[in-house]
Design a protein around this ligand. Structure first.
Ligand code: HEM
Length: 185
């Protein structure tokens, strides 16, 4: 007998939507700075926007540790029977890839900042202790990794959101609701 709830716990739901909000905001701000601002024309404003990007994005590093702990101690609801084995495998690897990105984006972002000689600040409160000295060679490696990963995660997020909407509006199953509702008592 399957004793798993069809819904995520309230804590899992809270972490999911909080991290979605932070991650997508950080992504939009980073993309805006990287592709629409330059030091030549925007000067200090670009610096302020990057600082905002970092102060928001570093919180993901702390939240993802809590999230992974919670995921291991509170298993996810089962996917609907109506999904084919192939689609379930795709969903599984998609979720693994998203967890990987939740770690890889902030880690490469911090390495990028430190290698460039800048801090990795958190919510304008404190800096993450520096694990790397200023290093142009490392900077030349981690900068493109951070940027390429950010584009890849943009595609992955778009796929994730479209899949959730398809479950809700086309398949009419409980996958999206499992992240928004609790079972009736
Ligand atoms: C939640 C995790 C993060 C996401 C989703 C993210 C996303 C992005 C994106 C989309 C860009 C623009 C890429 C482009 O040029 O097309 C970017 C650039 C950048 N990110 Fe992140 N990032 C994250 C975490 C961090 C962290 C933690 C730091 C540093 C502490 C950081 C530092 C930077 C810097 C310095 C840039 C370059 C901005 C510029 O050149 O104007 N990022 N990031």
């Amino acid at each position: 007998m399957n004793t798993k709830s069809a819904y995520y716990t309230r804590t899992a739901q809270f972490l999911h939507w909080l991290m979605a909000l932070i991650f997508i905001s950080a992504w939009i701000i980073g993309f805006y700075s990287g592709n629409f601002l330059s030091y030549e024309t925007d000067g200090a404003f670009k610096g302020d926007v990057i600082t905002l990007h970092k102060n928001i994005a570093t919180t993901i590093l702390f939240l993802v540790v809590i999230r992974i702990f919670w995921r291991y101690t509170h298993p996810a609801p089962q996917l609907p029977e109506s999904m084919s084995a192939g689609m379930k495998t795709l969903a599984h690897f998609g979720h693994l890839a998203l967890y990987f990105m939740l770690l890889a984006l902030p880690i490469t972002g911090c390495l990028f900042s430190w290698a460039a000689g800048h801090p990795a600040p958190v919510l304008y409160l404190f800096n993450i202790p520096r694990l790397l000295d200023t290093n142009p060679e490392i900077m030349a490696i981690v900068k493109p990794i951070h940027i390429y990963l950010s584009w890849a995660v943009g595609l992955l997020l778009a796929g994730h959101i479209l899949a959730a909407l398809k479950h809700h509006f086309v398949d009419k199953d409980t996958v999206l609701l499992s992240m928004t509702r609790q079972p009736k008592p």
